[in-house]
Design a protein around this ligand. Structure first.
Ligand SMILES: Nc1ncnc2c1ncn2[C@@H]1O[C@H](COP(=O)(O)OP(=O)(O)OP(=O)(O)O)[C@@H](O)[C@H]1O
Ligand SMILES: [Mg+2]
Length: 339
């Protein structure tokens, strides 16, 4: 079980010597602002939102690639902060990341054996037979078979899909408990995207791990995710089981995202207005609800106070941070949101 508690990451707008003279001194971008969620073992949470809303920063902070401003993660009950202090290597074994770019995230000068053996050696495993067996087993798991044929290959000989499978293999070879996948299919050909989604789904169940699947594409989450969290300007504005969020969205932003998913059938038109306007300036956040400048339903209260998450349709598993959830007009769902 992964439990992320009140995670914050604020970036100073200017840093170093310039900050002494700049008018933006002291100003921050609240990239991640009080984000909390849980992922059960063997389950997938989809983190969805527009560009710049803080999805990758959330992942990077969890992976320790950025220092959090505050907050913690509990990995099966153990504090990430405490684990890092005690033994960083153990922390890195338990949490792994898959990046968006399978070309940029592996060293083209290393062959598959070298790429896969590195994490094992970093963790102190030196026995060549154990390393070879583990590499072969992992290659097989990620669908690169026969595995023996891949060990000596260099990344330029692999297709985009095979490279991403290799990156997934590198991430799971240490049998982590928590995997963060940041837009893992967005740079791949349409024809191979679904193969990677199916692979991730299988690995989550087989290896009993928790997966945070980061994407801006709501259309893919229905296939993979048990739960969805919708993020807007550093905050989670809606979270719940996938079907509840997609079928009964309680936040106008979620409705707008669903309305903007294209339906591959020209005879079907969607109800609900797709999102309009641009995201607000992240340095000078709007008062009240951060979404109110773009919200077609905003009232005075929304401009004055920031809503907290409340149950949608009395379902304690499904929450939305909106004052108007119960007052929103019916959401006529047309088909196609899981295409
Ligand atoms: N190292 C950094 N220094 C300053 N600001 C940063 C830094 N990294 C991210 N940000 C800012 O934090 C905010 C969130 O960025 P982030 O990359 O997490 O968004 P994202 O949701 O992953 O977007 P995308 O879908 O484009 O990948 C943005 O306003 C971004 O400019
Ligand atoms: Mg990102």
């Amino acid at each position: 079980m992964i439990d992320v508690i009140d995670l914050k990451k604020y970036f100073p707008v200017v840093s170093g010597i310039r900050s002494l003279f700049s008018r933006s001194r002291g100003k921050v971008v609240k990239a991640v602002d009080s984000v909390s969620f849980q992922i059960e073992t063997g389950q997938v949470l989809g983190l969805v939102g527009e560009s710049g809303c803080g999805k990758s920063t959330t992942g990077r902070v969890l992976l320790d690639l950025e220092q959090p401003t505050s907050g913690d993660i509990l990995i099966n009950g153990e504090s990430g902060r405490a684990l890092k202090k005690k033994n960083r290597k153990t922390y890195y074994r338990r949490i792994q990341m898959i990046f968006q770019d399978p070309y940029g995230s592996i060293n083209p000068q290393h062959n598959v054996a070298s790429i896969l053996s590195r994490p094992l050696m970093y963790q102190g495993i030196r026995d060549k037979t154990i390393i070879r067996d583990k590499m072969l087993e992992t290659l097989d798991r990620v669908g690169l078979s026969p595995p023996e044929a891949f060990l000596e290959k260099y990344p330029h000989l692999l297709s985009g899909g095979q490279r991403q499978r290799l990156c997934i293999g590198r991430a799971i070879i240490l049998e982590p408990e928590f995997l963060v996948a940041d837009e893992p299919i967005s740079m791949l050909d349409v024809s191979i995207k679904s193969g990677i989604i199916i692979l991730l789904k299988r690995l989550v169940r087989e290896q009993n791990l928790s997966l945070l699947y980061i994407t801006h594409d709501l259309a893919t989450v229905g296939h993979l995710c048990d739960k969805i969290a919708i993020m807007y300007m550093g905050r989670i504005v809606e979270i719940g089981p996938t079907d509840d969020v997609l079928d009964r969205p309680g936040h106008p932003y979620t409705r707008a995202l669903i309305s903007s998913i294209p339906i591959p059938d020209p005879s079907i038109t969607r109800s609900g207005a797709p999102i309009s306007g641009a995201i607000s300036d992240p340095v000078n956040l709007p008062s009240g609800c951060r979404f109110h400048p773009r919200c077609p339903y905003a009232e005075n209260l929304c401009r004055q106070r920031e809503p907290v998450s409340a149950a949608v349709k009395d379902n304690p598993e499904h929450g939305a941070a909106c004052f108007l959830t119960d007052k929103l007009p019916g959401f006529d769902l047309t088909k196609g949101h899981r295409c």
